[in-house]
Design a binder for this molecule. Structure first.
Ligand code: NDP
Ligand code: 8X3
Length: 255
């Protein structure tokens, strides 16, 4: 049975990936900070798909926890086939002058440093087996910088650069590296970004049909189904009513 390790599995893309990979016969290592959600996800997946889940409830920002917890995985769980570096967030959408420096720190510590810490811990398991697939969640925000996106865009541009670097350096080890760059997707992302302000969060999706978490999870899973000699390196995916991180057709919901 293959093993997938998903960071940020308590909501959005991570949770949707957990369902798709479980449906397709994987066992799962699931991370996130909200332990109750992880426990209920484990219960549902094990009941519905006859799989097994190993929970790793840590904050990816905490370097000590990330390294020690992953290194203390039981040997049989260290054979990780797919790592999905998904945990991440935007906080605020403010001009450079008005932005909160704590928000900047949290975005950089989670989206960039957290992804590095988790990868640093998992890569040795993959190099030892001479195989593995790392999937990093970037964003259209990495490709085109938008107004008041400043540090979030920068953090995702860093994910883009780290993915390119990993691809070069892991080449001798037979490890695939795929960067997925979604456009607007309706998850808890905007609620988190606007710090619980539901009206502002919901308005982000007015006038168009965004991607769903299930859309993105299906695409992520697809990248893992290709033959061993084929790798999707970089994939930008938006809903049909979005051209890039700036241009939308907001003439009404589709479908
Ligand atoms: P959600 O807010 O729905 O889910 C984010 C997940 O990340 C949650 O499970 C959350 O779990 C976890 N997470 C956040 N911070 C940490 C942390 N410090 N340690 C561990 N887990 C953490 O967002 P999405 O599913 O939409 O986003 C997933 C990824 O996709 C992010 O990297 C995001 O930047 C990216 N993305 C999102 C897009 C969108 O429009 N939705 C578009 C492009 C990219 P918990 O709170 O329990 O820790
Ligand atoms: C999330 C998409 O456009 O809000 O990465 O930055 S966007």
């Amino acid at each position: 049975m293959k093993t997938v390790f998903i960071t940020g599995a308590t909501a959005g893309f991570g949770e949707a990936c957990a369902y798709v990979f479980a449906q397709n016969g994987y066992r799962l290592i699931l991370n996130g900070r909200r332990t109750e959600r992880l426990e209920s996800l484990k219960e549902n997946l094990e009941k519905e798909y006859n799989t097994s889940c190993y929970l790793l409830p840590f904050d990816v920002q905490n370097r000590g926890d990330v390294l020690s917890v992953i290194n203390s995985l039981p040997e049989e769980w260290k054979a990780i086939d797919v790592l999905i570096n998904n945990a991440g967030l935007a906080l605020g959408r403010d001009s450079f002058n008005e932005a909160n420096i704590d928000d900047w720190d949290t975005m950089i510590d989670t989206n960039v440093k957290g992804l590095l810490y988790v990868s640093k811990a998992v890569v040795p398991f993959m190099t030892a087996r001479k195989k593995g697939h790392i999937i990093n969640l970037g964003s259209v925000a990495a490709k085109d910088i938008y107004d008041k996106g400043n540090v979030y865009c920068a953090s995702k541009a860093a994910v883009d650069a780290i993915s390119k670097a990993m691809r070069i350096e892991l080449l001798p080890h037979g490890i695939k590296v795929t960067a997925i760059h979604p456009g607007a997707a309706e998850t808890e992302f905007s609620l988190v970004r606007f710090k619980g302000d539901e009206d502002t969060a919901n308005k982000i999706y007015d006038g168009f049909t965004p991607l769903s978490a299930a859309d993105v999870a299906a695409i992520i899973f697809y990248t893992t189904t290709l033959p061993g000699h084929v790798c999707i390196n970089d994939l930008v995916v938006t809903c049909t009513q979005q051209a890039n991180s700036i241009y939308f057709n907001k003439d009404g919901k589709q479908g």
